[in-house]
Write a protein that binds this ligand. Structure first.
Ligand SMILES: C[S@@+](CC[C@H](N)C(=O)[O-])C[C@H]1O[C@@H](n2cnc3c(N)ncnc32)[C@H](O)[C@@H]1O
Length: 412
């Protein structure tokens, strides 16, 4: 900055840039709105509607009555209040503002749940004990170093196969940009920290998480069991969104896994779960779950064959329903490409191919000892004999459909 004489004036802006500490922010809200309204307002956004969205998001990711949930920065209990209905669910909430947690604890009336003050970036939970570690609107108030350390700690606390669900603000969305300009123009607020997707991907990679989903905050993506009516009359029907973007990071379950070497073929944002090979058999199976969105948000799986082999590619949304997942893909469009990018096989809808192809696929899957074809026929299957080389499977939604799919590639 230059003063009127043209000289550069340097002043310490550290406290301004870091923003107001959250406890001070809460104290200010209480003074302004009164005790209860202040504590509810401290979490930002509507208390009930946002809590419902958070809970429904976890449900769509497999939340069950016996799940173990760690809610970092639980605030005044927006999520906990919705989770109180799950009698078998085990819950730990942490926060830097004890009053918010005291309010949450009272509101939930769950004497079996723990609410613990946050100390540094540690989580007072045993290693490998949690199914979910949530950061709803929390890393939006933390410096990146703290967020990264929290994610490392979350990785420790999660069971294999468990996931981190975090919401974040990013510059690419116009609705988030407004938050940024507001922060710029209103010095002294608490910190509104933005984070880029590349940073989340880099953090996940360094820690060992698979990036399962990155959902745009301004697009409905959370499956809703019933209409959600906001106090201003807005109705979310079918799907809703939090406003903030959401990342789902999965801790891989490598207990029965064997790695299949796959070339980096694209940014699919999927969890790769690799199933074990049958002892003594040369086959490998690559099993992946992921979300197929609209436009170019396709799922891409690359694989490399060291020797000629028969390969079955099968894609199913229905299989995931058995795992308690909703929001599955209704119709898929599957393409198998060779290393030159040529389409060598294609399947739309849930076609199993010709009867001869089906029979051959049945025989092949029986030979390698993996699951048989889905009898309802809601599975897309491609069977080809392939020469050694690199191949890519691309899965899109057919006729504009979106949702979760399971992709399996079996070679033998
Ligand atoms: C916007 S509120 C969100 C609360 C809650 N997650 C929800 O969605 O309703 C942010 C919360 O993060 C808490 N917080 C801020 N810094 C934290 C830290 N370092 N560790 C844990 N919680 C923190 C704040 O006290 C506040 O309750």
């Amino acid at each position: 900055m230059a003063d009127p004489s043209g000289q550069i004036v340097v002043r310490d802006m550290t406290s301004e840039v870091q923003g107001k500490a959250y406890p001070d922010y809460v104290a200010e809200l209480k003074a302004k709105f009164g005790e209860e309204a202040g504590l509810r307002a401290a979490v930002g956004g509507d208390f009930i509607a946002t809590g419902v969205l958070e809970e429904q998001l976890l449900r769509s990711l497999g939340l069950r009555d016996d799940s173990v949930v760690v809610d970092v920065g639980c605030g005044s209990g927006r999520l906990a209040y919705q989770l109180r209905r799950y009698p078998g669910l085990r819950y730990l909430g942490t926060d830097v503002v004890p009053e918010l947690m005291a309010y949450a604890k009272k509101l939930c009336g769950r004497s079996d749940w723990r609410f613990e003050p946050a100390s540094g970036v540690g989580l007072p939970a045993e290693s490998g004990s949690a199914d979910f570690v949530c950061f709803f609107s929390v890393i939006t108030h933390l410096p990146h170093v703290h967020s990264y350390r929290y994610l490392q700690e979350a990785y420790r606390v999660l069971k294999p196969g468990g996931c981190v669900v975090l919401s974040f603000l990013e510059f690419r969305l116009a609705s988030h940009w407004i938050v940024f300009t507001d922060t710029v123009n209103t010095p002294g607020q608490h910190l509104n920290q933005f984070v880029e997707r590349e940073a989340i991907r880099a953090w996940a990679k360094a820690i060992g998480f698979a990036v399962e989903h990155l959902f745009d905050g301004d697009r409905p993506h959370i499956p809703l069991e019933q209409d959600l009516v906001w106090p201003d009359g807005t109705v979310m029907r079918g799907r809703g969104n939090l406003g903030q973007s959401v990342a789902v990071l999965r801790k891989p379950d490598v207990s029965q896994a064997r790695k299949l070497e796959a070339p980096a073929t694209g940014d699919d944002g999927a969890t790769a779960r690799v199933t074990a090979a049958t002892p003594g058999s040369p086959f490998v199976a690559l099993s992946t779950r992921g979300f197929v969105g609209g436009d170019d948000a396709v799922l891409i799986n690359g694989f490399q064959l060291a020797a000629a082999a028969s390969v079955v590619v099968r894609v199913s949304g229905r299989r995931l329903v058995c795992h308690g997942l909703r929001n599955t893909l209704a119709r898929s469009h599957v393409r198998l490409h060779d290393a030159q990018g040529r389409v060598i096989a294609e399947n739309s809808g849930w076609a199993l191919g010709s009867p001869a192809e089906q029979e051959a696929a049945h025989a092949f899957l029986a030979k390698v000892g993996t699951e048989p074809l889905d009898e309802t026929g809601e599975e897309a299957v491609i069977l080809r004999h392939l020469e050694p080389g690199a191949y890519t499977v691309v899965v899109a939604g057919d006729a504009g459909t979106t949702g979760l799919v399971h992709i399996e590639i079996v070679a033998g």
